[in-house]
Ligand binder design. Sequence first.
Ligand code: ADP
Length: 243
Amino acid sequence: KGAVLVFHDITELKRVEQMRKDFVANVSHELKTPITSIRGFAETLLDGAMEDTELSKQFLTIILSESERLQALVYDLLELSRLEKDELKLTQKRIEIHEWIQGIITIAEQQAVKKDIEFSYTIDEQISLNGDADRLKQVLLNLLYNAINYTAEKGKVGLVIEETKDMILFKVRDTGLGIPESAKNRIFERFYRVDRARSRNTGGTGLGLAIVKHIVEAHNGEITVDSKLDEGSTFIVKLPKHL
Ligand code: ADP
């Protein structure tokens, strides 16, 4: 019996070690890509491209957007490492949904309109809950950004906030790409991306859902996804009314 236990521990140890190695490899890769590009374009500019004003503008635009990518990545990495070190101290207070949701809806509408996506919402305005207003805002915004990102132009994105006896539910639905069955659990892992979506180059960091899951779990809640390839996805966040 003892031998089985030891064996089990070693496999677990190996698994954790492998995950750590994968993470470091992923971070390095993700950082390297924008840095290589920034450096390359800066060198080309210094090598003479600067004389061509149009070309210079084009290159500088790329340098700027790659810098923004780097910045987002570093920000998300710091955020994730804070969350994983359990430094996440929730600032808990009573959240009145009808007040809290206004800013979120404005942002979602602005993003949706850019892609000609129809954004609609059904929100029970009576609802209030205990939680960290800023963190939960981050959760909802991340899910809404993804829904808009992974849905083609003229698609639909919807938000529902409702309550059951002891839970508050956030549902973010889209008519987008959908997620293959085999990827449904993995999308919450750091840096995991479904290839099809990734090739669309949405500019995300691959860390959004990992961060979302941490925040939801810190509220003793859970997040799940229902999805059908090429039809769309619904992310459901369940939060207990009382922490
Ligand atoms: P990213 O920055 O790549 O969006 P996330 O952690 O937010 O990173 O999401 C991980 C992956 O999950 C995405 O790359 C995408 O493949 C998939 N995904 C997330 N949300 C959706 C969605 N609403 N529809 C389809 N695929 C999604």
